[in-house]
Ligand binder design. Structure first.
Ligand code: B12
Ligand code: SF4
Ligand code: SF4
Length: 339
C-alpha cells in the first residue's frame, strides 16, 4: 500500500472533532523512559502501569506490523463563572472525556477503514497500554513540561490525548518534540503543595494529589497530603494553573466539555452526597473512577484541610458512616476543626 495522505488524515481528524493531529513512526520507545520511573517507585500502586510495560514500549505488540502512531489532542479549557470555585479538576467537570475522545477516534477509524479496506488499526484513550505523551512529542505536537504535562503551542497543557496505531505508513511524519519553552521557570515545582514534581517532567505519583484523589480510592491519604487538600476533591490543576504557558487559554466551545451539574457542587455537598444523589450526578463523568466512598472521603479531607466549621454537623453524622474510609476521614476532619 502506498503511504497514506496526511492531508486527507488531517481533514478527517478535524471533521471528527479533534483540534490537533500529528504522526509518529511506530518505533520502540527506549525502555529507560518508563523503567527508571517505575524503579524509582513513582508509579505508586498503579500496577497496571507495570503489568503491560512491554506493550507500552512497543506498539507492534498491540498491532502487528505497526508503522504509524496517529496522535490526537482536544482542548478542554473552560472558565465558566458559575463553576470557578469547583473542587473538581477542569478535565473532569464535563462529560467523561474518555467517551468524547473515543467516539471521535471511532469515527476516524471507521472512515479510514472505509477508505483503505484491510488496514489494521488500534485505538486508545488514556487506559490502553501506550505512552501517550511520548507519542504526542514524537508526532511534533508539543513537549513534556517540568510539570509533567504535555504542552502545546495553541492550547498550552489544557489538552487531552488519544492515539490510533496504523499498520500503514503515512507520507509525512512529525519531527519530534517542539522546543522546550520552560527555560529558567520553576513555577510549577515551587507551587506543587506536596513536592510531587521531581524534575525533568517526572511526577512522583505517590505525592501527587491527582493520584491520591483519583487512583488511591480505597486507602487513607497520608496526613501530610490531606492538609493540602483545601478545595481539592477530585484531581488537581495547581501545576497547570500557575504555568505561564497556560496564560492564553482557548475556551472549549463544544457542549461535551461544558460543566455538568456536579461541577456546581461545593465540598460540603460532595461530602454529604447520598447514594441517590451520587447516581444522579456522577455516572457519565470521569468522577466515577473515585467511587462513592472515595469521592466522599476526598471532600471530607477538603473540609478538614479548610477547617470548615459549618461542616461540623455533617462531619459528626459521617463519623458514624457505614464506610470505614468515610468514618475515619470525618473523625480526622473533626479533629482539624478542634485545633
Ligand atoms: C499514569 C498517569 C498519571 C499519573 C502519573 C502522572 C504522570 N505525569 O506520569 C497521575 C495519576 C499522577 C496522573 C495525573 C494527571 N493526569 Co494522567 N495519565 C497517566 C497515564 C495513564 C500514563 C502516563 C505515564 O505513562 N507516565 C509514566 C511516565 C514515565 O511517562 P510520561 O508521563 O510519558 O513522561 C515521560 C516521557 O514523556 C519522557 N519524555 C518526554 N518527552 C519525550 C520525548 C521522547 C521522544 C521520549 C522517548 C520520551 C519523552 O519524559 C517524561 C518524564 O520521564 C496517561 C495516559 C497514557 N496512557 O499515557 C495519563 C495522562 C498523562 N494524564 C492526563 C491528565 C489530564 C492528568 C492530570 C492533569 C489530571 C488532573 N487534573 O488531576 C494530572 C496531571 C498531573 C501531572 N502534573 O502530570 C493526560 C495528560 C494531558 C496533558 N496535557 O499532559 C493523559 C495523557 C491522559 C489523556 N489521555 O489525556 N496521571
Ligand atoms: S497535580 Fe497537583 S499535586 Fe500533582 S504535581 Fe501538579 S500541583 Fe503537584
Ligand atoms: S510552570 Fe514553568 S517550568 Fe513548569 S511547566 Fe510551566 S513553564 Fe515549565
Amino acid at each position: 500500500m502506498s503511504p497514506l495522505s496526511t492531508t486527507y488524515l488531517r481533514q478527517l481528524s478535524e471533521a471528527v472533532g479533534f483540534e490537533l493531529v500529528g504522526f509518529a513512526r511506530a518505533e520502540p520507545i527506549p525502555p529507560d523512559a518508563l523503567y527508571s520511573w517505575i524503579e524509582a517507585g513513582y508509579a505508586a500502586d498503579m500496577d497496571w502501569m507495570t503489568q503491560r510495560a512491554a506493550e507500552r514500549l512497543d506498539v507492534s505488540q498491540l498491532l502487528p506490523g505497526a508503522k504509524t502512531v496517529v496522535v490526537f489532542a482536544n482542548n478542554y479549557y473552560r472558565d465558566d463563572p458559575e463553576v470557578q470555585d469547583s473542587p473538581i479538576a477542569k478535565y473532569a467537570r464535563g462529560r467523561d472525556y474518555h467517551s468524547t475522545l473515543r467516539d471521535r477516534m471511532k469515527a476516524f477509524r471507521k472512515a479510514i477503514q472505509g477508505a483503505y479496506p484491510g488496514i489494521g488499526t488500534y485505538g486508545s484513550v488514556d487506559s490502553g497500554p501506550l505512552m501517550e505523551k511520548v507519542w504526542a512529542a514524537r508526532a511534533g505536537l508539543g513537549y513534556v513540561g517540568r510539570n509533567g504535562c504535555f504542552i502545546t503551542e495553541p492550547y498550552g497543557s489544557w489538552v487531552l490525548l488519544a492515539t490510533v496505531v496504523l499498520d500503514a505508513e503515512v507520507d509525512a511524519y512529525g519531527e519530534g518534540p517542539t522546543a522546550d519553552r520552560c527555560g529558567h521557570c520553576r513555577k510549577c515545582l515551587m507551587s506543587c503543595p506536596t513536592g510531587a514534581l521531581v524534575g525533568n517532567g517526572r511526577v512522583d505519583a505517590r505525592a501527587c494529589l491527582s493520584y491520591q484523589t483519583i487512583e488511591n480510592r480505597e486507602r487513607e491519604v497520608p496526613e501530610s497530603f490531606r492538609v493540602q487538600m483545601d478545595n481539592i476533591a477530585f484531581g488537581c490543576d495547581i501545576c497547570q494553573e500557575v504555568c505561564p504557558l497556560n496564560r492564553r487559554p482557548v475556551f472549549a466551545e463544544h457542549p461535551r466539555f461544558a460543566p455538568r451539574a456536579v461541577a456546581g457542587l461545593g465540598v460540603l455537598e460532595l461530602a454529604g452526597l447520598t447514594p441517590e444523589q451520587y447516581e444522579k450526578f456522577i455516572p457519565g463523568t470521569a468522577l466515577a473512577r473515585a467511587h462513592y466512598d472515595g469521592l466522599r472521603r476526598n471532600a471530607i479531607y477538603a473540609l478538614g484541610a479548610a477547617r470548615e466549621s459549618r461542616a461540623r454537623p455533617l462531619l459528626e453524622k459521617l463519623s458514624g458512616d457505614s464506610s470505614e474510609l468515610v468514618r475515619s476521614a470525618a473523625q480526622w476532619a473533626l479533629r482539624q476543626l478542634a485545633q
